[in-house]
Design a protein around this ligand. Structure first.
Ligand code: PLP
Ligand code: ZN
Length: 426
């Protein structure tokens, strides 16, 4: 287990990243490929030397940057010349003003969908992987690996191909065919594990301690502190696209809970840096009922997350033992938000609602956030008069099976007008 205790470098260039710091006890460590505190086993996160005191200058620097996550390089654990390296340049995805969806849901304030399906491998995972690649380069790893619920496998395969790294990724054996194909096509090694995502994850933790996995950068295990920071860019983009404004309410999907915790971290950073006005915001977490350990704990008023065995069509969110679950509970409670879940039927209905009203075809994770938004509005938990941002984190073509049984052509007819009229269309 030498990797876990001996930092391999004290002088890596990861831009403003200064150290690793324990979320529980605050113990600091030099930047290295470790993820847990040796004193208390708490998760490690990046501590920064951020450019304080010059908000106007920082804002100008960001606005003059590339139309990708690298415009926020001054706030990420990446070297300053990152944009010039071979990578997939994710981010810069649209914030869609969703007036027609708002009308159907009874929202009178501003409703926006942050549509992250247009990233290079069609999910938000390109953001986190791009940051992990920079850490892998800095620490000299030549193999990139991960445990994945599907989207991460494709994002790692593609990013490794572009960066000229080897990849070997692990997935549950029963994923959607589109996600398996969209990961295997990049030519890296793809291994199906007979078990759930949580089994895959446990296996990867074992592999890290074994000579077979030594010198591997697991983006969501030993590189997790660096990887996780990529999620901050979702929140930076949302605020910049709102004209450097905080939204009042955000609805965010939960798998491990990492993305939600980093969105909160990013919003607090923007306030601390003076890039947005200091005002309250609420963060709402969204899960599928068939894998809702965080939502169950929230609703029961408990602090402990009881692991579950996932059974839902929202496979990208199917993590039964979410590592950041307790922090998600803290954030939902501290900001005045909530955590809610929806059934598979409600997920499918929400995918179709978003497609019909806004022309956005979301994967099941987007059905979860839109479905939860609807439910929270109906229950009077979300305020319909405020500015609300709902995240769609993936592309509908990857989860066709979710909607294909209930979605078909209106009619199939001969190419003549009589047939057209006979079908009731003319
Ligand atoms: C991975 C993933 C998430 C969120 O993951 P966290 O582990 O909670 O950060 C959300 N949506 C999609 C589509 C994903 O693939
Ligand atoms: Zn600690």
């Amino acid at each position: 287990m030498s990797l876990l205790t001996e930092p391999r470098s004290e002088t890596v260039d990861l831009g403003p990243a200064a150290a690793l710091s324990c979320r529980e006890c605050g113990q600091r460590y030099p930047l290295s490929p470790i993820f847990a505190c040796t004193d208390c086993f708490g998760p490690l996160e990046i501590a920064y030397d951020l450019p304080t005191g010059q908000p106007e200058e920082l804002r100008r620097r960001i606005e003059a940057g590339p139309n990708s996550i690298w415009r926020y390089a001054p706030l990420l654990p990446v070297p300053a010349d990152v944009a010039g390296k071979p990578n997939l340049n994710p981010g810069g995805t649209p914030l869609v003003r969703a007036d027609r969806l708002a009308a159907e849901l009874g929202v009178t304030g501003e409703l926006h969908v942050k549509d992250d399906s247009g990233n290079p491998t069609h999910s938000f995972k390109d953001r986190v992987v791009a940051c992990a690649v920079e850490a892998a380069r800095a620490f000299g790893f030549t193999t990139l690996s991960c445990s994945s619920t599907g989207n991460l496998a494709g994002a790692v395969g593609a990013a490794a191909a572009r960066a000229g790294l080897r990849s070997c990724v692990f997935i549950p054996h029963d994923l959607e065919q589109a996600k398996v194909t969209a990961a295997a096509v990049y030519g890296g090694e793809l291994v199906g594990i007979e078990g759930s995502y949580d089994d895959v994850n446990r296996f990867c933790s074992e592999l890290i301690g074994d000579p077979a996995g030594e010198d591997w950068g697991f983006v969501n295990v030993n590189l997790r502190p660096y990887y996780a920071e990529g999620s901050k860019t979702l929140a930076y983009e949302i605020c910049e696209q709102l004209g450097w404004r905080l939204p009042d309410q955000l609805v965010v999907p939960i798998a491990s809970g990492s993305q939600l915790t980093k969105i909160d971290k990013a919003l607090r950073e923007l306030i601390a840096l003076g890039l947005v006005e200091d005002k309250p915001y609420k963060i709402f977490g969204a899960q599928a009922e068939g894998c809702s350990p965080v939502s169950q704990a929230f609703k029961a008023g408990q602090d402990v997350i009881r692991p579950v065995r996932p059974a839902t069509i929202a496979k990208s969110l199917a993590i039964g033992n979410p590592a950041d679950g307790p922090y998600v509970l803290d954030i939902a409670r501290r900001t005045g938000g909530a955590v809610e879940d929806v059934t598979d039927e409600q997920i499918v209905a929400a995918i179709k609602l978003l497609a019909r009203t806004e022309g956005i075809f979301a994967e099941t994770a987007g059905g979860v956030t839109v479905g939860v938004t609807r439910k929270l509005l109906e229950d009077g938990v979300l305020d319909p008069s405020l500015t609300t941002v709902v995240l769609n984190t993936g592309e509908g073509l990857k989860t066709l099976d979710a909607v294909s049984p209930t979605t078909s052509p209106t009619a199939v007819i001969r190419p003549d007008l009589d047939a057209f009229r006979a079908a009731g269309l003319g």
